[in-house]
Design a protein around this ligand. Sequence first.
Ligand code: ATP
Ligand code: MG
Length: 658
Amino acid sequence: VPESADAVLDGLDPEQREVALALHGPVCVLAGAGTGKTRAITHRIAYGVRAGILQPTSVLAVTFTNRAAGEMRGRLRQLGAAGVQARTFHSAALRQLQYFWPKAVGGELPRLVERKVQLVAEAAARCRIRLDRNELRDVTSEIEWAKVTQTVPADYPAVVAKTRRDAPRDTAEISQIYAMYEQLKRDRSVIDFEDVLLLTVAILQDRHDIADHVRRQYQHFVVDEYQDVSPLQQRLLDLWLGDRDNLCVVGDASQTIYSFTGATPEHLLNFRTRHPNATVVKLVRDYRSTPQVVHLANGLLGQARGRAAEHRLELVSQREKGPEAAYTEYGDEPAEAEGTARRIRDLIAAGVPAGEIAVLYRVNSQSEVYEQALSDAGVPYQLRGAERFFERAEVREAGVALRGAARAGGNDSLLDDAEGLPSQVRAVLSTKGWTTEPPAGSGAMRDRWESLAALVRLAEDFEQAKPGATLSDLVAELDERAAAQHAPTVQGVTLASLHSAKGLEWDAVFLVGLTEGMMPITYARTDEQIEEERRLLYVGVTRARFHLSLSWSLSRSPGSRGGRRPSRFLNGLRPGSAALGGRGTVGGGVERPAVTKRRRRGPALCRVCGKTLTDAGEMKLMRCEDCPSDMDEALYERLRDWRADQAKEIGQPAYCVF
Ligand code: ATP
Ligand code: MG
């Protein structure tokens, strides 16, 4: 912990310091990846608190992901400013909603709907519309899109026709199902994930007394990753602010990657127009990455088009030279995964900690082949950060059971409060089938047992550290850990989607699967969508501090015909490729020869669900007929990813939401 408020400023450069010292009025930081935006705002809050200018409880810092919020809380603690709220929009809204619901509406806040897709299915059935599984999922996604963009059922067809090129065909039917779905939710007194923001906005809009209460509580607002704020989130922010302007936003228009939730960088780019008295700071020193990585990132953005691109800032690396980026073409996906795993093993052998390495891909279904290859190579890994443990079904179930038991407290005959804590946990877990002895053999049963045993060990450690702690304390600790992603597992290589890697950094980053169809994803058709894919790759590239590897494979499996091409975004960047738009080759690097190791790896499998394929048509698509097409998959993945993350933050298991 820095000794004084001034010592908090020591770790900042002059521009970052300007941000930290501008504690009143609107502040906008426009800057590229790795320039210390998040650091500047974290230090700003810490400085303000330590200098006695900001009340910790009157500051609300909003970040974009669950993990980012957890990291910010951790940083603030380290800087001696614990107690500041750092949350996602959803979690901040949910808390307020829970608090104000009894007064605004009466009774308790309705539960979040557990099986949303089922509710949509029921709505469709009531409208006498038959949907198969894929259609059902698409309709659900459409309803979600409509809600995040604040489109009511009646307006849905017209809005889609006007604003979207990827319009679904039966918008009238979807609108009908959507209206029925809303009706069913009201009838059953449940709300869905999107309602959390919508209802908060509605209440703050209608009830001035409640809005005033919130405004008295929070005086200072800080928003990270502001380029990805949606109109609805902006509305909420405006309601929180009222007529005040103590708002500090930081963002990078070139990292706008959530436009499918309605986000646009316009709020960031128009900030000065809206707040003419704003302090605007630009940061260009890149503290994160080597000149090689920065060069590549600049080159990638050099080809970008659109409004965001007009505002890009050339980054200047502050670091020593590092290795050149590696570009590798593989014959097929398993070979790519194996090659990646081998390189990762070499890096670990050379002293790079596994936790400092990440493999990033476009859609989550790409992870499996990498999980396999890393397991084969004996490399520990964790899926999407360290959240794997808390994502496991049995851990989520156990969490629900423990929470229930903690709420029931001493009244629950199952628990004897005098028993201080692991025995209580064992008692609750025994209702989930946990036994003190592990089941024989390995496999799913054993894995499940191991997870629950880890929870008991955690309870033991917790009690040691905090004698007299209650079950409620433990539940709070578990929530905190789940939020901060401190899983009680070994530090492993991170496997994550590009979307969820936003704001994070690793020593070594492997960007895999960089083919046309994946990057940009087939779903991206319009120019704007292609540009967003390019920004997504930019986000990926700029996650690397030192080692950066870009790879792709020419076919999916050893037997298949191939025909894949490297991503168009690599044109002009990778050595030997024709430059796009007449630009020179940038980025340096070594292109390795294709690794075309053809091996048969058993039967063809569905690339989405992994089922063995027998039908020739299915084999051609590498997808069984039950699974969605690439296009659906992409949309679904993006929404699911985002939602799963947000859902965790508000204590809802992801499966309840989608
Ligand atoms: P992104 O756009 O990816 O979110 P960012 O602009 O938020 O990036 P940070 O994550 O805040 O950047 O900082 C990137 C890295 O550079 C971090 O490791 C941070 O600690 C380091 N860094 C930032 N500013 C400085 C500085 N003034 N001195 C030393 N290191 C710094
Ligand atoms: Mg950041």
